[in-house]
Design a protein around this ligand. Structure first.
Ligand code: PMT
Length: 407
């Protein structure tokens, strides 16, 4: 199974900051994602971490000194810069940011940056006062206007013990930023995609809800794939345990009615709505204001009323800006998968539906993989092999793209 960083050549620049220890984790995450990672450490960085730590993870040479004749990479640093798909400088100290803003090249990292045409991500890490300093702010603004992507810094506890803006963005989020920057001119650039995810929760009282087994993984994977192809993505998410996706505007809702309201707004200028959420078909007629007490009764009847069909009510000509919107539904089925799913296409006015067999252990709810059948409005049926949910997301986007070309 391949992901967005598979076979990408990443140059990871590490500069002097206590946050250096996090870049070991970042190098590991990049490597695990299938990237070839070449690390360049500045002198100051070697005071915090050793080249051996990175070499043990990336299994590649680590550059520290441009004049090291034993290091092939150091000698060929210009070739390294030319071959890179992306540079990520994390952590980026105030000193390195200042030098970058002025085009200095007095170490291996700066020289390579000057020699590259690849996109560059900068993750600042420093004391909050240093970051707020007028000179640093000026330098950061220069890097932005030079086209570099500034990730962070984040707010939180700093090495000084104080709390402020200066923490390096977490490695997991930097992986997301790297994927997003690599894909920013992708085939969905300029397109607005709305995705729904998770299982809605219908409140019985302030404590109890009616919900389902959706983890949100399918919807989040689609949103991630769309972001990595350059789309502007809005994710409308029912409660999940998943971390937020960087670069994806996420609107959190609980109930089907809330999801309906938000999607109604968001779909107005969208090119496609991909409805991966498992929406509760029913909700309690009334939500109790305080927690229902246990009584001596052995049974408890709750009156339910039907939720509106959200996707069916998103008008296929509601997209003001783009003309028609490509409507994609999902079908969670346990029997007669093709017949049941096909019936939903016309009922809900879909362009196509993605049917998953929720009885298979490696498909449907909660797992990281899915085996889906895509059924189109014209009756065409495509059975796809078992894939990661991210790959399923890309397969769906490929078909959305075809739909957009026709509309
Ligand atoms: O979140 P995961 O753990 O990764 O699991 C993924 C998933 C199994 C939830 C997902 O792949 C999936 O199948 N989602 C749709 C589940 C579902 O509700 O299917 P349905 O057959 O009940 O509904 C059909 C379509 O109509 C769906 O796109 C649904 O979002 C939509 N719908 C349903 C009811 C309703 N009131 N309004 C709707 O818009």
């Amino acid at each position: 199974m391949t992901g967005p960083l598979s076979k990408k050549r990443i140059v990871l620049g590490v500069t002097g900051s206590i946050a250096c220890y996090k870049s070991i984790d970042l190098a590991s995450k990049f490597t695990q994602a299938g990237a070839e990672v070449d690390v360049i450490l500045t002198d100051s960085a070697t005071k915090f971490v050793t080249p051996l730590s990175f070499k043990s993870i990336t299994h590649r040479q680590v550059v520290t000194n441009i004049f090291d004749i034993n290091s092939e990479l150091a000698v060929n640093h210009v070739a390294l810069a030319e071959q890179a798909d992306i540079f990520v400088i994390a952590p980026a100290s105030a000193n390195t940011i200042a030098k970058l803003a002025n085009g200095l090249s007095d170490n291996a990292l700066l020289t390579s940056v000057l020699a590259t045409k690849s996109p560059i991500v900068i993750a600042p890490a420093m004391d909050a006062n240093m970051f707020e300093n007028a000179a640093t702010q000026r330098n950061v603004a220069t890097l932005m206007s030079d086209g570099m992507f500034i990730a962070g810094p984040a707010k939180g506890r700093l090495a000084s013990g104080l709390t402020g803006l200066g923490r390096m963005v977490e490695p997991r989020d930097l992986v997301g930023v790297t994927e997003m920057v690599l894909g920013k001119n992708g085939d969905f650039s300029g397109k607005r995609i709305v995705v729904s995810a998770g299982g809605t929760q219908e409140a019985i009282d302030p404590v109890r809800t009616i919900s389902n087994r959706s983890s949100g993984k399918m919807g989040y994977a689609i949103a991630e794939a769309a972001r990595n192809r350059g789309a502007t993505v809005t994710l409308v998410s029912a409660p999940t345990a998943l971390p937020d996706l960087v670069g994806v505007r996420t609107i959190k809702i609980e109930s089907a009615l809330e999801m309906k309201e938000v999607l109604g707004e968001e779909c107005n200028d969208a090119h496609s709505i991909i409805m991966a959420a498992a929406v509760a078909d029913w909700r309690p007629v009334r939500t109790l204001k305080s927690k229902a007490k246990k009584s001596n009764k052995e049974t408890w009847k709750i009156n339910l009323t039907k939720n509106p069909d959200i996707i069916a009510n998103i008008d296929s000509i509601s997209s003001k800006e783009s003309g028609n919107i490509v409507k994609v539904g999902f079908a969670a089925e346990s029997e007669n998968i093709i017949e049941n799913s096909s019936a939903k296409i016309s009922k809900k006015g879909l362009d196509f539906i993605v049917a998953n067999d929720i009885t298979a252990a490696d498909s449907g709810f909660s797992v990281d993989t899915n085996k889906v059948t895509i059924i189109h409005a014209d009756g065409t049926i495509e059975k796809l092999p078992l894939m990661s949910k991210y790959e399923v997301g890309n397969a769906i986007l490929d078909r959305v793209k075809t739909g957009l070309d026709f509309k």
